[in-house]
Design a protein around this ligand. Structure first.
Ligand code: A2P
Length: 301
């Protein structure tokens, strides 16, 4: 195992595939910024990139990986199928679209972007396509995102492969204990999106809400360790066994967010951060999502 993999603290998924726990996320990274940012992330030591067909930047993620000079096999690539591509044949084709844009023949982790509660049959068909892609070796692991316990239960009743990962909104102000418990019981890795609470201040989402980055408890813990609030939050996730995919397009913060392997939070500090949960989500409620909410189609190329 090389240094970067050690740094990235691999987690064993339920099918034995190893995934660096800390990945680099590109949600809301403009396509023109993404290739440079991915290159900077790989130079800083990240070996796991999380993107999505719905982010519109898969092509630039692939370009950043190629430009970086890092061997493709040393990078764990995760992407998501968007809801407008749900359905068995549509999702098989969605894989082809994503793989072509990324410029790879195999994807390390392919997940459903979210359940479609009003069209759950199509969600199941999409998942069955992921199972087929896994059986065919086109993807190394499969999973879901934004699934609540009742969505997981419904999926498990009607499909075969246990998802390797469930990527959900998770930061100190919204810790989703019931989702985490359901994931753990099923052997699913919980992966936190908006791990430092970006969703609480993203333009157009929650700019008037309080930012977790300014939380006084986290601030005090950060000061005690000579680290930043973002680093403390990332460390909290990792010590709790979760995967994290912080987003930044700023080179200094990209490097800062992976510099979290030289300190450890105490049990009390972990518990104090757990206790900040307000139970209020920043992003959309997965039960309210319908394709018409988003009106987004994924282009062929
Ligand atoms: P930027 O891209 O300018 O760095 P999340 O991944 O939780 O959604 O958070 C992402 C948001 O947090 C982005 O707005 C990003 O802005 C900002 N961000 C990322 N890393 C840090 C950091 N270390 N300190 C402060 N803000 C950060």
């Amino acid at each position: 195992m090389n240094n970067a993999m050690t740094l990235n603290n691999p987690l064993a998924l339920n099918n034995g595939v190893r995934m660096p726990a800390l990945g680099y996320g590109v949600f809301q990274s403009a396509p023109e910024e993404t290739a440079v940012a991915v290159e900077a992330a790989l130079a800083a030591g990240y070996r796991h990139i999380d993107t999505a067909a719905g982010y519109g930047n898969e092509r630039e993620v692939g370009e950043g990986i190629r430009r970086s000079g890092v061997d493709r096999d040393d990078v764990f690539i995760e992407t998501k199928v968007w809801v407008s591509d749900y359905g068995y044949d549509q999702t098989l084709h969605a894989f082809e679209k994503s793989a072509a844009k990324l410029g790879v023949s195999q994807i390390d982790l392919l997940i459903l972007h979210q359940p479609m509660p009003q069209h759950f049959e199509r969600t199941l068909e999409a998942y069955r396509a992921l199972e087929q892609l896994l059986a065919d070796g086109r993807v190394r692991s499969i999973g879901v995102s934004n699934f609540m316990p009742h969505h997981l239960a419904a999926l498990r009743e009607r499909t075969t492969v246990v998802p390797a990962v469930n990527q959900v909104e998770l930061h100190p102000y919204f810790t989703q204990p019931a989702v985490q418990r359901a994931n753990t019981q099923l052997g699913i890795v919980t992966q936190a999106w908006s791990p430092i609470g970006g969703i609480t201040f993203y333009p157009g989402w929650g700019e008037n809400r309080e930012s977790v980055l300014e939380d006084p408890t986290i601030g005090r813990i950060a000061e005690a360790h000579g680290k930043t609030p973002a680093q403390v939050m990332l460390r909290w996730h990792l010590q709790r066994g979760r995967s994290v995919i912080p987003k930044s397009t700023n080179a200094e913060r990209i490097a800062q967010n992976i510099d979290v392997f030289d300190f450890a939070l105490t049990d009390d500090q972990l518990k104090n951060i757990d206790a900040l949960d307000r139970g209020v989500r920043g992003g959309p409620d997965p039960d309210d999502v319908d394709p018409s909410t988003w009106n987004l189609e994924i282009p062929e190329l």
